[in-house]
Design a protein around this ligand. Structure first.
Ligand SMILES: Cc1cc2nc3c(=O)[nH]c(=O)nc-3n(C[C@H](O)[C@H](O)[C@H](O)COP(=O)(O)OP(=O)(O)OC[C@H]3O[C@@H](n4cnc5c(N)ncnc54)[C@H](O)[C@@H]3O)c2cc1C
Length: 462
């Protein structure tokens, strides 16, 4: 088979049709696509792609298996280091990690590593192979607080070594952002549940509707376990602090997405949770969360859906694929534009956003050029609702309620490089420590902390 310079395209649902449904947008490679893409991998002597992966997936090895049509070997290699491959194959920002350093990408397009990973994981799920069973218990108990990628990874790693692991999750469904944030059209929930079921098969117990820090407190929880891992994420929405943010019709992206993804609001009145966004929606921000919010808004009735972003296209942080998909779905992008206040009607309902045009100045601390307001450029954008997707920060509940648990200056839980917090026997990782980041970084942190917990509890380190 001749090696192609350009990567093999992924079949997708048609842009116009898909805004009428929540079905997955990217449909995944078929068998022939996989072979064509796998043979593009040069099997470099030094696989830089692996250094670009926070959980160290053996990329060269798994693609070699795919080149030989050995999908079972491929998924076996991936799962040695990544317990959520179907998730990562769909949502990892590969263009900034493994694919960014792919040698093929120096002259042509990089090998589509994420798409190949997704194929191998989906193939395994479709085969229905018997999955790993729980190993013999080692007599030690670990509590994991938070059922997102950080907590689930720590849980899986420890359960695989015989620890009795219990995950305590505040919401009624585990998965963290994978369940409540990332929409069905990007990450089907059957996949998240299947990957969580693999952890349950390993013996992980998951208790939902438990907010640690309220009842029980962290101290009470710790008393019953040999170690605790905190993977509580960064679910607290950031607002702008501008006039009108309390008007009816101004949502945080987390609330909006949770209503749809976890409470089924798209099916109101068959379910109890409504969402009322009208037909003209503006989403403020341009990261992954903003793309998810605006594309979801299109699917629940927004005829006009705008992204309002104070910087330019070049500074956007959303995955390239999500940006492309949003454009195909008719989303309008207002770059170099910033809301200055929200305007309401006599009933306290939002009717418009007053925006101001921006220009790019010198780079700021993030290295991106700072947006500078253009005086006199204000204008009104008529909308029925606004969704704020400006980022999130760690919830202070555990830090405020636990004596001796130290915080970082940015409000995260302070840890050392192994994930150990200021309290003995308590580790932390993921967004709860770093602030809002990515699935794979959270998983990497969960893995690192699990290894440190194991070293201590197994007596390897005293
Ligand atoms: C809408 C959206 C889209 C995103 N898209 C992408 C993407 O495409 N690619 C990517 O890599 N990253 C993406 N991210 C970021 C990524 O999802 C997060 O970085 C990742 O989920 C962090 O994992 P975590 O386990 O640290 O926290 P979370 O996923 O936030 O999980 C934390 C869990 O802890 C629970 N919890 C919190 N406090 C308590 C408590 N006191 N007691 C018990 N449970 C508690 C929460 O309910 C939650 O289930 C996105 C984020 C959002 C919001």
């Amino acid at each position: 088979m001749p090696v192609k310079r350009e990567r093999t395209p992924m079949p997708v649902q048609d842009g116009e049709r898909r805004v009428g449904n929540f079905g997955e947008v990217a449909l995944g490679y078929l068998d022939g696509d996989v072979r064509a893409e796998a043979v593009r991998c040069l099997q470099c002597k030094t696989p830089y792609c692996e250094e670009g992966c926070p959980v160290g997936v053996p990329i060269k090895e798994f693609i070699k298996h795919l080149q030989q049509d050995d999908v079972r070997g491929a998924i076996g290699a991936i799962k040695r280091t990544n317990s959520l491959p179907a998730v990562c194959g769909r949502v990892c920002p590969q263009e900034d990690q493994c694919e960014k350093v792919c040698i093929m990408g120096k002259r042509f397009q990089p090998v589509a590593i994420g798409r190949l990973e997704r194929f191998a994981a989906d193939w395994e799920r479709a085969q229905g192979f018997p999955q790993a069973a729980a190993p013999p218990p080692n007599g030690k108990k670990v509590a994991v607080v938070g059922g997102g990628p950080a907590g689930l990874t720590a849980a899986g790693q420890l359960a695989g070594k015989g620890y009795a692991v219990t995950v305590f999750e505040a919401l009624h469904e585990p998965g963290g952002v994978l369940s409540y944030g990332i929409p069905e059209f990007r990450l089907p929930k059957t996949i998240v549940r299947w990957e969580i079921q693999q952890l349950k098969n390993l013996g992980v117990e998951i208790r939902t509707n438990v907010v640690v820090g309220k009842s029980p407190t962290l101290d009470e929880l710790k008393a019953g376990y040999d170690a605790v891992f905190l993977g509580t994420g960064a679910g607290l929405p950031v607002f702008m602090g501008i006039p009108g943010e309390n008007l009816i019709g101004v949502y945080s992206a987390n609330e909006f997405l949770t209503r749809i993804n976890l409470m089924g609001a798209a099916s109101f009145p068959e379910v109890d949770t409504p969402v009322r966004i009208g037909t003209r929606v503006a989403v403020v921000g341009a990261g992954n969360t903003a793309m998810d919010a605006v594309r979801t808004a299109r699917r629940v009735g927004a005829k006009e859906a705008h992204i309002v972003y104070r910087r330019s296209e070049a500074e956007m942080t959303a995955r390239a694929e999500e940006y492309e998909h949003a454009k195909e779905e008719g989303v309008r992008f207002m770059f170099l534009t910033n809301p200055v206040r929200f305007l309401g009607d006599d009933t306290g309902r939002l009717r418009a956003v007053e925006c101001q045009r921006m220009a790019l100045g010198e780079p700021d601390h993030s290295g991106r050029r700072r947006p500078v307001p253009i005086a006199g450029s204000e204008f009104e954008l008529p909308v029925d609702s606004v969704i704020m997707a400006l980022g999130t920060s760690p919830n202070p509940l555990l830090l405020k309620g636990t004596k001796g648990l130290s915080a970082t200056v940015r409000g995260g839980i302070r840890t050392d490089e192994t994930g150990a917090t200021s309290l003995p026997g308590i580790w932390a990782g993921g967004d709860a420590v770093s602030g809002a980041a990515t699935v794979i970084l959270a998983m990497g942190a969960g893995k690192k902390a699990a290894a440190a917990i194991d070293r201590l509890l197994s007596g390897e380190e005293s």
